[in-house]
Design a protein around this ligand. Structure first.
Ligand code: DC
Length: 223
């Protein structure tokens, strides 16, 4: 049986940075599920489909093929045969992914793919509903969070380092809106699974978070 580690949490909690580090240390495959929702969102944006047009989204879903490949152990998302890794990291695509991931028709497709990946290999998978819905039997479940102010500041610093001008208050407002939508949707809302370990990284650096989760993992495998 494969070993699965689920990491859920709100936008900007550092899930992907932490999950990538852990995957490298433990020899697991990292699966970024947010990137799959982003790929679908990118398709909807490219095809002029509005986030609130559920009928158009349902009609488009069968035409969208999302698969995953790995290049130098980095996940690549393939949308209808083309690699979209370079175009899905924008705020526009992130917000569209949050808005369109509310639809069961979108989720069903991706959850199926995520379960197949987890059944084949030892994976560390991050997202919003991994511990609660996608992999309810994952041996390790983490709910990684941080205050909205901390998450906004991290995002702000990242953008400034890239030379992109931005507004801290606006970034925090966006994060709060996204949290609200992800936590209050009807299908698979973001919440801590009953058996997940809560890690609040507000006052922790990356190494401390990695060490804390490694401890949880070691406890789980020795149990
Ligand atoms: O983690 P991210 O910012 O790349 O995710 C983008 C959006 O995709 C997020 O706001 C909600 C949605 N998502 C989801 O509904 N379920 C997941 N497992 C992962 C992401």
């Amino acid at each position: 049986m494969s070993m699965n580690i689920a990491i859920d949490g709100p936008a900007g909690a550092g899930k992907s940075t932490i999950a990538k580090r852990l995957a490298k240390n433990l020899g697991f495959i990292y699966v970024d599920t947010g990137a799959m929702y982003r790929a679908m969102a990118y398709y909807f944006l490219q095809n002029g489909i509005a986030a609130d047009d559920e009928a158009a989204i349902a009609a488009a879903c069968p035409k969208v093929d999302v698969t995953i490949a790995y290049e130098n152990s980095e996940q690549q998302v393939i949308l209808n045969g083309g690699n979209v890794n370079g175009v899905i990291r924008t705020e526009e695509v992130g917000n569209m992914a949050s808005a369109t991931s509310v639809y069961p028709v979108v989720r069903e497709k991706l959850v199926e793919l995520q379960r197949q990946l987890a059944a084949r290999a030892d994976v560390i998978m991050d997202g919003r509903d991994i511990g609660t819905c996608v992999l309810p039997d994952a041996q390790v479940k983490i709910y990684l969070t941080a205050s909205s102010a901390t998450r906004a500041k991290r995002r702000f610093d990242e953008l400034v380092a890239k030379g992109i001008s931005c507004d801290l208050t606006e970034i925090e407002r966006d994060i709060i809106d996204r949290d609200y939508r992800d936590m209050h949707r009807e299908t698979s809302p973001l919440k801590q699974a009953d058996d997940a370990v809560l890690v609040d990284s507000s006052a922790m650096d990356i190494d401390e978070v990695v060490a804390a989760i490694t401890k949880v993992y070691e406890r789980a495998i020795s149990a």
